[in-house]
Design a protein around this ligand. Structure first.
Ligand code: ADP
Ligand code: TYD
Length: 208
């Protein structure tokens, strides 16, 4: 049995976690085997790395070290969680995956896209069957993320220019990978967004 791998991407505050959770709940209610996970994290080792990478002073890690930590976390997540569950035929829903590294370490927090792609090819090597990009203007994402203000503070205060660059970067990735990505307008109420997410996810699952 082979499952379906769905990732959610977008800027901070775009509504990824909300939509990933709604899709997961919908699948479970329909009796489908599904697993909700996130990056950085999603396995015991990767959650330990998450605590290292998201906490502390902004200059705690260089972009290069960050790239290695995110990739190490992803490798553990892949080995321990994603691949076994796909092999068991589950729908794996992941809140952020490699596109976040392409954008943050590759573009906005570092200028390391070539290294990101090389490490991905060497250590990860798979892409989701479907990537849902929840698109939102930078200002709106920042306002939502600031209002929520959680415990992982290292990446807070990234500023509007960085959020704008990240949004544009995600849209460019979607444009370059039109068969894998679907872009959904996250600026509407969450039930309307969720209906669009369901439509694309159901179509992609039916096609497999
Ligand atoms: P992300 O995972 O992309 O950072 P979240 O799903 O955590 O975003 O949402 C960020 C904040 O915005 C949360 O407080 C959430 O309740 C709220 N939110 C999520 N979706 C919507 C929406 N469609 N409209 C208004 N607020 C939303
Ligand atoms: P997350 O907890 O998903 O934040 P949010 O819910 O606010 O979107 O991710 C934490 C931060 O980690 C986020 O600012 C993006 C960053 N990140 C990277 O820089 N590189 C990566 O590879 C991943 C997965 C996340």
């Amino acid at each position: 049995m082979v499952g379906v791998f769905i990732s959610f991407e977008g800027i901070d505050g775009s509504g990824k976690s909300t939509q990933a959770r709604i899709l997961f709940d919908t699948l479970v209610s329909a009796g489908m085997p599904a697993h909700l996970t996130r990056e950085p994290g999603g396995s015991a080792g990767a959650e330990d790395i998450r605590a290292l990478v998201l906490n502390g002073a902004a200059d705690r890690w260089s972009p290069e070290t960050e790239l290695l930590l995110f990739t190490a976390a992803r490798r553990d997540h892949l080995e321990k969680t994603i691949l076994p569950r796909l092999a068991a035929g589950e729908v794996v829903i992941c809140d952020r995956f490699a596109d976040s590294t392409r954008i943050y370490q590759g573009l906005t927090r570092g200028d390391l896209r070539a290294s990101v792609d090389a490490l991905h090819a060497l250590m990860i090597g798979i892409e989701p069957d479907l990537t849902v990009l929840i698109d939102l203007p930078a200002q709106a994402g920042l306002a939502r993320a600031t209002a929520r203000a959680g415990a992982d503070m290292r990446f807070e205060g990234m500023g509007l220019a960085v959020q704008k660059a990240a949004r544009d970067g995600f849209l460019a990735l979607a444009h370059a990978n039109p068969t894998r990505f679907v872009v959904i307008d996250g600026g509407r109420d969450q039930d309307t967004v969720a209906r669009d997410v369901w439509d694309v996810a159901a179509a992609r699952m039916a096609a497999r």
